[in-house]
Write a protein that binds this ligand. Structure first.
Ligand code: SF4
Length: 324
């Protein structure tokens, strides 16, 4: 950090917070808060319908990640309207919304169907863009060509579930794709000028702290715009829960102090270029095999991590090569 930045307390991403924050990313583009409304458009997933596999990823129970208003028996428009009502009560300052196609693999359908569903969301007057969650093996040139054209008309991020940079882990959690598949998908998407997002999990079975920390460098080398990180949570009823119960020693579930320490070290190694949307996951307690971290909420966790960054006088990218 230069002397000028130190004096102004402004970091390379242009504000005073010690990490490249998602909310500030939108403030820069739109001048205010943008809220996501989740949509379950009734997609499935090739790792569940038999194309790649039938059991799905061992940690997956999609119900644990959806807000209550989000169900595929309602139209996209109705889910958006209910989602906006829901968020208005919590965040009075949100003024525009992004439709977040979240459940399962949201590019896993013929292009005409995708156009219809995305188009319905974009018809809603409060919706200024889309976030489309999908798997790295569920895009192709034809879909990317359409998404490129769409990204020139509205805000668009394609968010890939990557979960780990290690094939040994991806095999173990039954992802049904390799890390190379993920790299290819991210590159093809970014080459078309589309915002790329990715999701990773820390604490997957068999990964050491060093391996997880090394992911900062690997992730920093990808053309990603936005990343989300979650600590591993064991969700009830999943294959992973059964594995955990039969051999808990194979798992390393972070305690809060340990995660705080790990995540600060990780952030220091992550490029300042990437926007960080989430530090942790927050499945509703009724889905969790074991409740952890004294039920700390995401906003409390963000505050605690920022406080710790301040105490240590450190920031995202401090140890990233080439950052001074
Ligand atoms: S996590 Fe995503 S890719 Fe894996 S089974 Fe669930 S929906 Fe499919």
């Amino acid at each position: 950090m230069s002397d000028i930045q130190k004096n102004m307390h402004v970091f390379p991403w242009g504000h005073e917070r010690r990490f490249n924050a998602y909310s500030n990313h939108f403030r820069k583009i739109y001048g205010g808060r943008i809220q996501k409304v989740s949509v379950n458009a009734g997609f499935t997933c090739p790792n569940r319908d038999g194309t790649k596999g039938t059991g799905g990823c061992t940690f997956c129970n999609n119900d644990a990640f959806h807000p209550s208003y989000c169900h595929h028996d309602k139209s996209v428009t109705r889910q958006i309207e209910e989602g906006i009502e829901f968020h208005k009560k919590r965040y009075r300052r949100a003024f525009s919304y992004l439709a977040y196609f979240q459940a399962y693999s949201n590019t896993y359908a013929p292009l005409d169907k995708l156009k219809k569903l995305y188009g319905e969301a974009l018809m809603h007057p409060a919706i200024i863009g889309l976030i489309i969650g999908t798997r790295p093996d569920c895009i192709d040139e034809q879909k990317l060509e359409y998404l490129e054209e769409l990204s020139q008309r509205c805000y668009l991020t394609v968010e890939f579930g990557i979960e780990s940079c290690y094939d040994k882990t991806l095999r173990r959690i039954n992802r049904g794709h390799s890390f190379d598949d993920a790299v290819r998908a991210v590159r093809l998407t970014a080459e078309r000028g589309i915002n790329t997002g990715a999701h990773f999990i820390f604490g997957l079975p068999g990964e050491t702290r060093e391996e997880m920390l090394s992911e900062a460098e690997i992730i920093s080398g990808l053309p990603l715009k936005i990343v989300k990180f979650h600590q591993l949570q064991i969700i009830k009823g999943t294959a992973m829960e059964a594995e955990f119960m039969s051999d808990p020693a194979e798992f390393h579930l972070f305690k809060w102090d340990e995660y705080l320490d790990f995540f600060i070290s990780f952030l220091e190694r992550l490029t300042p270029e990437i926007v960080v949307e989430r530090f942790t996951g927050e499945a509703p307690p009724r889905f969790l095999h074991n409740s952890i971290w004294d039920k700390k909420r995401s906003d409390q966790i963000v505050n605690l991590i920022e406080k710790r960054l301040e105490e240590l006088d450190t920031w995202q990218g401090r140890l990233y090569p080439g950052t001074s």
